[in-house]
Design a protein around this ligand. Structure first.
Ligand code: FES
Ligand code: FE
Length: 419
């Protein structure tokens, strides 16, 4: 049960004013953070990484979702499974490293030993009446969406993951996540609540003023705007961008690349959104010259000018699929005021660093953008702690997806409180 005064949480959830940012305690109160962990992160599909995180049999990755540590392992048959990272003997954490490679999983305390299917295969001195088959590792639900790994800590995960997978699968499949390798990973601890990190991701209202690198490949007109505030020249450019978006969708779909928007951000339990959007300049990639960063394309893609396919999931991820690389982001709440944002850059697994791609060039745009976003989230966290803070209005033209995030969150919290 929650320690939080449920009636207080309930009043805040029910009192949320649509179209406005959330009340301060949603960003600052430890009790609401605990409720978020229980209602959101322990009950929904959480994006944790990619199949290339564990490319070989015996590879193990650990990831912390709140107080839970999950161990993701590839077994000798190549299957990827997820388990609670806790020994069935007296509860020791089994693996500390984020990545390792093992034959079996051996607990350092009393040497209980599990194979990569989770079975307990060795438990010395437990006597003849001990039944090892009842003491295998506890499973965690794991799903791979074309190579993107999601876990769910609940006994009964939301069933609509399959609906999402069926609809988004064809968009992602051509980028062949399974045939990539992780060229680079960055972990940033943002000094803000996880919802501020997510809200910041769900709009580009701030891009013009804060992201000089990201706005090189991204079209300014793709960020949303208020037509009534634009002069005739801007309006004409915006119309030209809209026409480009439509033509690009038709061209890409003719190549077999689904591109049109799907938006289920606040209409499904497993909320998601996708769209492939044209890029500015040469239109190839999220780089400072908008050309590819990796000479080897992903999968069987041949045309470099594929724009960027974005995929957003509730509650904790976003991804950009380019023709030559993928950038994928996962958000892990640490406490009410701190959030881990983990970014991975994926390239074709056959690409050779220094020959086919240069790391600095590959990560340049998003490394700068992440640092800028981290500062913005910290700035917002400082502000919402100020007693003078009160929820402010979202722009109806550029912050629609922030509103959808909050609506989804409030809806899920309402469902949790009503059960
Ligand atoms: Fe793991 Fe004892 S706690 S073997
Ligand atoms: Fe940003």
């Amino acid at each position: 049960m929650l320690d939080a005064p449920v009636s207080q949480l309930s009043a805040l959830v029910r009192g949320r004013k649509p179209g406005y940012s959330l009340d301060a305690p949603f960003y600052t109160a430890p009790a609401i953070f605990d409720a978020d962990m229980e209602a959101i992160f322990a009950r929904h599909w959480i994006y944790v990484g990619v199949e290339p995180d564990v490319p070989e049999a015996g590879d193990v990755m650990t990831v912390d979702v709140g107080k839970a540590s999950v161990l993701i392992a590839r077994d000798d048959d190549g299957a990827i499974k997820a388990f609670h990272n806790v020994c069935r003997h007296r509860g020791a954490r089994l693996i500390d490293d984020e990545k390792t490679s093992v034959g079996n999983i051996v607990c350092r305390y009393h040497s209980w030993t599990y194979d990569l299917t989770g079975a307990l295969v060795h438990a010395p001195h437990m006597g003849s009446s001990f039944d090892a088959s009842c003491n295998g590792l506890k499973s965690v639900h794991l799903r791979s969406l074309e190579g993107l790994l999601f876990v769910c800590l609940a006994d009964e995960p939301p069933a609509d993951f399959d609906v999402m997978a069926a609809r988004i699968g064809p968009y992602i499949a051509p980028h062949k996540v399974r045939d990539t390798k992780i060229a680079y990973q960055s972990d940033i601890i943002e000094m803000g609540n996880w919802k501020l990190a997510m809200e910041n991701n769900r709009e580009c209202y701030h891009c013009d003023a804060n992201h000089p690198e990201l706005t090189v490949p991204l079209f300014a007109y793709g960020f949303g705007f208020a037509p009534e505030e634009m002069d005739p020249i801007d309006l004409e450019n915006a119309q030209r961008y809209e026409a480009l978006r439509q033509t690009s969708h038709s061209q890409w779909e003719a190549m077999g690349l689904p591109s049109r928007e799907i938006d289920e951000l606040d209409t499904m339990v497993t909320g998601f959104r996708t769209e492939r959007l044209p890029l500015d300049g040469d239109g190839e990639s999220h780089t400072m010259d908008t050309r590819v960063a990796c000479r080897l394309p992903l999968g069987a893609l041949t045309n470099a000018k594929l724009g960027g396919l974005s995929f957003w999931t509730q509650p904790n991820s976003w991804h950009h699929f380019l023709g030559d690389h993928i950038v994928t982001f996962a958000v892990f709440p640490l406490d009410a005021g701190r959030t881990l944002v983990r970014t991975k850059w994926l390239v074709n697994k056959d690409a050779v660093e220094g020959v086919d791609y240069d790391i600095e060039r590959l990560i340049e745009v998003w490394t700068a953008t992440n640092a800028q976003d981290s500062a913005l989230v910290a700035m917002c966290q400082s502000g919402v702690q100020n007693p003078a803070y009160e929820p402010g209005p979202y722009s109806p033209n550029t912050e629609m997806l922030v509103e959808k995030f909050c609506r989804w969150y409030i809806g899920r919290m309402t469902g949790f409180l009503d059960q």
